[in-house]
Design a binder for this molecule. Structure first.
Ligand code: ADP
Ligand code: MG
Length: 796
C-alpha cells in the first residue's frame, strides 16, 4: 500500500504536474480562446455593423427611389414608354387626319412622296420603339430576377447571421460553463483527476466545438464574401442596366427629336401647301374676277354696239330705200344731166375757141416780139461767136512725151484755156471752151430738148453755167427758120477734130445731122401755121475751084454769079439742090456727097484736109395766116486743115494747095475781122469761100467759128496758131474802135507763121500778149494800110 501509496503519491505528483501543465495549457488555451472569441466577437461586431450598414443602405435606397434604382428606372421607362405610346397614338391620329385632308386636294402633289417617306420613317421609328419596348420588358424581367435573388441572398444572410448569433450564444455559454468547471476544479483538488478528466473530455469537446465554430466562422466569412461578390455583381449589373437605360433614353430622345423635326417639317410643308393652295385659289379667284369683269365689259360693249347698230341699221334701211328711189329716178336724172352737160360743154367749147383765137393773136404778137428780142440779143452778143473745142488725146497721137497733154482749163472760167508751149504757159480767152469730155450726145440732147420749147432755149441763152455751145448751135439753127442766114465753121489743123465736130460718126453724129434733125422737128412744130421747104446742097472748094458734090458731074467747076433780077443776091448756076423731108433723106444726101467726093480723089483723107466742104441748107417758109415769106440759109463748113506747110519742103501741086488754103483761110479771117469790127468794106471777093458765103456772112447773119485744137505736145505749134486765129477773130472790138480797126488788117497765114516764136521777135502781135487786143503798133500800121488798100482795090 505504502508503495502503492508512494506510487500513488508519485502518480499524484505527476498528475498534479500534468494538471499544472494542463492548467497552464488551458489557461493559455483559454487566453487564446478568449482572444479568439474576442476577435470573433469583434469580427461579428464588424460584420453586424456592415450588415446593418448594408441593410441601412438598402433601406435608404428603397426609401430614396421607392424601391431599387433599377426598379425606379424600370418605372420611369415604363412611364416614358406609356407617354411615348400616347404621343405616338396622337401622332398617328394626326397623321391619319392629315392623310385624310391631303387625299382630296393633292393626289398627285409632289409632297406625296415626301409624305410617304416620312410615313416610312415613322413606321421605322415605331418599329424601333417597339424593339426598345421589348428590350425594356426583357430588362424588367432581368431586374425582377435579380431582385428575387437579392432577396434570397438577404434571407440567407439573415439566416446565417441568426445561426452565428446562436452559435456564439452557445459558445459563450459553453465558455462560461467551462470557466465554471475550471473554477470548481480548482476548489476541489481531490477530484482533480476526475475533473482533469472531465476537463480533458470537456476540453476535447470544446476543441471540437471550437473547431466547428471556427469552420462555421470560415464558412460564414466565405458566405459573406460570396454575398459581397454577388452584391458587387448586382451593382455592376445595375450600373450596366442604368447605362443601357440612359442609352435607350438618349435614343428615344433622338427619335423624339427626329419625330418632332419630321412633324415640324410636315407641318411646315402642310402650311406651305396650304399657303400655296390659298394663293392659287386667290389668284384663280382674282383672275376669274378680272375675266368676269372683262366679260361683263364685253357684254356691255356688245350691248351698246347693239344699241348703236340698231339706229345704223335703221339709217341703212332708210338709205337703201332712198337709193332704190334714186335708182328708179336715175334714167330721168341722167337724161336731164346729159342735156345740161351738153349745153355746158358746147358753151365751154365756144369759150375755149374764143380763148384760142385770143391766144393765137397774142402768140403772133409774142412771136414778133421774140424775134425782135432775139435779134436784139444776138446784136448785143455780137453776130460772130468763137468757140474752142479740144479733142481728147487719141491712139493716133502715139505714146511718150510727144503725146503728152499740153492743154489745161480754168476751173472757174469756161472761156479760158492754157497751152503749155515750149515750157511757157500761154492763156487764151474765147467765147467758150469745150474740154475733151464734152460729148456729141450732149449736143444731141440739147438740140432735141430745145427743139420742143424754143422760147425756153432763148431764155437759156442768157443763163450762165452749163455748156452753151449746144444752145448756141441750136439757136443759130432755129434762127434759120426765122429767115436768118447762118454760118458754122470748123477751123483747125488736120486731125484736130473738125470733121468729127461737123459730121461725127454714124453712131455719134455731129452738128450737121443734128442741125437738120432739129430743123425738121422745129418745122413740124410750126406746121399748123407755116409751110416750110428744106433743101440741101453740098459743095467743095479745092484750089479755089467750086464743085457740086451732089451734081451729076462733080468734077465740073461752078461759077458764082449775081442774080440777074438786080437784087444783088449771089447764086451758083448748076448747083444741085435736094429737097429733104426726113432724116432718112438727109442720110441719103450725105452718103451721095461722100461717094462723089471719094470718087474724085485718090486719097480722101488727104483730099478732104486740103479742101473746104460745105453743106448748104436752105429753109423757105410761108406763114399761111399772114402770107409772110422767109428764106434762111444754114452753111455748115468743114474747113481745110489750117496747118502751115513748110515753104522749103513743098513743091508743085502741094505748094499750090497750100497757097490756096492759106489764101482762103486768110480771106475768111479778114472777112470775119472786118465784119466784127463793123468795117465799111468787107473783102468777100478775096476767096471763093468768102465770096460764096457773102450773103450768109453779111447783114444780120450769124456766124459761129468752132476752133478745133489738139492737146498733144507735138501739135502745140499748130494749136498755138489756131488759138491765135480764134482770139484775133474774137478780140476785135466793136463800136467806137471800128474806125481804128478798119486800118488794121487780118494777118495772113504766113504772118501767123512768122509771128509764132519768141515774144520779143515781133512786138505787138498776139504771141506777145495772148490775152490782149490785136491793136497793131503804130509802126506796123503804114505797111498794113498799104495792103488793105491793095485789097480794097481788088475787091472793088
Ligand atoms: P480733122 O477733120 O480736123 O482732120 P478729124 O475730125 O478727122 O479731124 O479727127 C481726127 C481724129 O480724132 C478722128 O479719129 C476723130 O474720131 C478723133 N476725134 C476728134 N475729135 C474728137 C472728140 N471730140 N472726141 C473723140 N474723138 C475725136
Ligand atoms: Mg477733116
Amino acid at each position: 500500500v505504502m508503495a502503492s501509496m508512494a506510487h500513488l503519491q508519485e502518480e499524484k505528483l505527476r498528475l498534479q504536474e500534468e494538471l499544472l501543465g494542463l492548467q497552464e495549457k488551458l489557461a493559455a488555451q483559454e487566453n487564446d480562446e478568449l482572444s479568439r472569441s474576442l476577435q470573433l466577437q469583434a469580427q461579428v461586431e464588424t460584420l453586424k455593423a456592415k450588415l446593418l450598414e448594408q441593410a441601412q443602405e438598402i433601406s435608404r435606397l428603397r426609401s430614396e427611389l421607392g424601391g431599387t434604382d433599377v426598379e425606379k428606372h424600370r418605372d420611369l421607362l415604363a412611364a416614358e414608354n406609356e407617354r411615348l405610346r400616347q404621343e405616338m397614338k396622337a401622332y398617328e391620329g394626326e397623321l391619319r387626319e392629315l392623310r385624310r385632308q391631303q387625299q382630296a386636294p393633292c393626289q398627285d402633289c409632289a409632297h406625296l412622296q415626301e409624305n410617304a417617306e416620312l410615313q416610312e420613317r415613322l413606321s421605322q421609328l415605331q418599329r424601333e420603339a417597339e424593339e426598345t419596348r421589348a428590350k425594356l420588358v426583357e430588362l424588367d424581367l432581368e431586374v425582377q430576377q435579380k431582385t428575387n435573388r437579392l432577396a434570397e441572398v438577404e434571407l440567407r444572410l439573415k439566416d446565417s447571421l441568426a445561426e452565428r448569433a446562436e452559435e456564439e450564444e452557445r459558445l459563450s455559454r459553453r465558455l462560461r460553463d467551462s470557466q465554471e468547471t475550471i473554477a470548481s476544479l480548482k476548489s476541489q483538488p481531490q477530484q482533480i483527476k476526475y475533473i482533469i478528466k472531465t476537463v480533458e473530455v470537456e476540453s476535447a469537446k470544446t476543441k471540437q466545438a471550437l473547431c466547428e465554430s471556427q469552420s462555421r466562422n470560415q464558412y460564414l466569412q466565405e458566405q459573406v464574401g460570396m454575398q459581397r461578390q454577388v452584391l458587387k455583381e448586382m451593382e455592376q449589373q445595375l450600373q450596366s442596366s442604368q447605362k443601357t437605360a440612359a442609352q435607350l433614353r438618349a435614343q428615344i430622345m433622338m427619335y423624339e427629336a427626329e419625330l418632332e423635326r419630321a412633324h415640324g417639317q410636315m407641318l411646315e410643308e402642310m402650311q406651305a401647301m396650304e399657303e400655296e393652295k390659298n394663293h392659287a385659289i386667290e389668284e384663280a379667284f382674282s383672275r376669274a374676277q378680272v375675266e368676269m369683269k372683262a366679260v361683263h365689259e364685253n357684254l356691255a360693249g356688245v350691248r351698246t354696239n347693239l344699241l348703236t347698230l340698231q339706229p345704223a341699221l335703221r339709217t341703212l334701211t332708210h338709205d337703201y330705200n332712198s337709193l332704190k328711189r334714186q335708182v328708179r329716178d336715175f334714167p330721168l336724172l341722167l337724161q336731164e344731166t346729159l342735156r345740161s352737160a351738153r349745153a355746158g360743154i358746147g358753151q365751154a367749147i365756144e369759150e375755149v375757141h374764143n380763148t384760142n383765137r385770143e391766144l393765137l393773136r397774142k402768140y403772133r404778137r409774142e412771136l414778133q416780139l421774140r424775134k425782135k428780142c432775139h435779134n436784139e440779143l444776138v446784136r448785143l452778143k455780137g453776130n460772130i461767136r468763137v468757140f474752142g473745142r479740144v479733142r481728147p488725146i487719141t491712139k493716133e497721137d502715139g505714146e511718150g512725151p510727144e503725146a503728152a497733154n499740153a492743154v489745161t482749163f480754168d476751173a472757174d472760167d469756161d472761156a479760158v484755156l492754157h497751152l503749155l508751149h515750149k515750157g511757157k504757159q500761154v492763156s487764151f480767152e474765147l467765147d467758150k471752151v469745150f474740154p475733151p469730155q464734152a460729148s456729141q450726145e450732149e449736143v444731141g440732147a440739147a438740140v432735141r430738148t430745145a427743139g420742143t420749147s424754143r422760147g425756153c432755149s432763148h431764155l437759156l441763152l442768157t443763163l450762165p453755167g452749163p455748156p452753151q455751145v449746144f444752145q448756141e448751135v441750136q439757136a443759130l439753127v432755129t434762127s434759120c427758120i426765122d429767115g436768118y442766114n447762118v454760118c458754122i465753121f470748123a477751123y483747125g489743123q488736120t486731125g484736130a477734130g473738125k470733121t468729127y465736130t461737123m459730121e461725127g460718126t454714124a453712131a455719134n453724129p455731129g452738128i450737121n445731122q443734128r442741125a437738120l434733125q432739129l430743123l425738121f422737128s422745129e418745122v413740124r412744130g410750126k406746121a399748123a401755121d407755116w409751110d416750110y421747104t428744106i433743101s440741101v446742097s453740098a459743095a467743095e472748094i479745092y484750089n479755089e475751084a467750086l464743085r457740086d458734090l451732089l451734081g451729076k458731074e462733080p468734077q465740073e467747076k461752078l461759077e458764082i454769079k449775081l442774080c440777074p433780077d438786080g437784087s444783088g443776091q449771089l447764086y451758083v448756076p448748076g448747083l444741085t439742090e435736094f429737097r429733104v423731108q426726113s432724116v432718112e433723106d438727109i442720110n441719103k444726101v450725105f452718103e451721095f456727097g461722100h461717094v462723089n467726093r471719094a470718087t474724085e480723089c485718090t486719097n480722101l483723107n488727104e483730099h478732104s484736109s486740103r479742101s473746104h466742104a460745105l453743106l448748104i441748107v436752105t429753109v423757105h417758109g410761108l406763114d399761111r395766116s399772114t402770107g409772110l415769106r422767109t428764106t434762111g440759109k444754114l452753111n455748115l463748113v468743114d474747113l481745110a486743115g489750117s496747118e502751115r506747110v513748110g515753104r522749103s519742103g513743098a513743091e508743085g501741086s502741094r505748094l499750090r494747095e497750100a497757097q490756096h488754103i492759106n489764101k482762103s483761110l486768110s480771106a475768111l479771117g479778114d472777112v470775119i475781122y472786118a465784119l466784127r469790127s463793123r468795117q465799111g468794106h468787107v473783102p468777100f471777093r478775096n476767096s471763093k469761100l468768102t465770096y460764096l458765103l457773102q450773103d450768109s456772112l453779111s447783114g444780120d447773119s450769124k456766124t459761129l467759128m468752132m476752133v478745133q485744137v489738139s492737146p498733144a505736145e507735138k501739135n502745140t505749134s499748130e494749136t498755138l496758131c489756131s488759138l491765135k486765129f480764134a482770139e484775133r477773130v474774137r478780140s476785135v472790138e466793136l463800136g467806137p474802135v471800128s474806125r481804128k480797126a478798119e486800118l488794121a488788117s487780118w494777118p495772113s497765114q504766113e504772118q501767123l507763121e512768122v509771128t509764132e516764136g519768141p515774144p520779143g521777135d515781133s512786138p505787138g502781135t498776139a504771141a506777145s500778149s495772148s490775152r490782149g487786143h490785136a491793136s497793131p503798133s503804130p509802126g506796123q500800121l503804114s505797111g498794113r494800110a498799104a495792103s488793105i488798100r491793095r485789097k480794097l482795090q481788088t475787091s472793088g
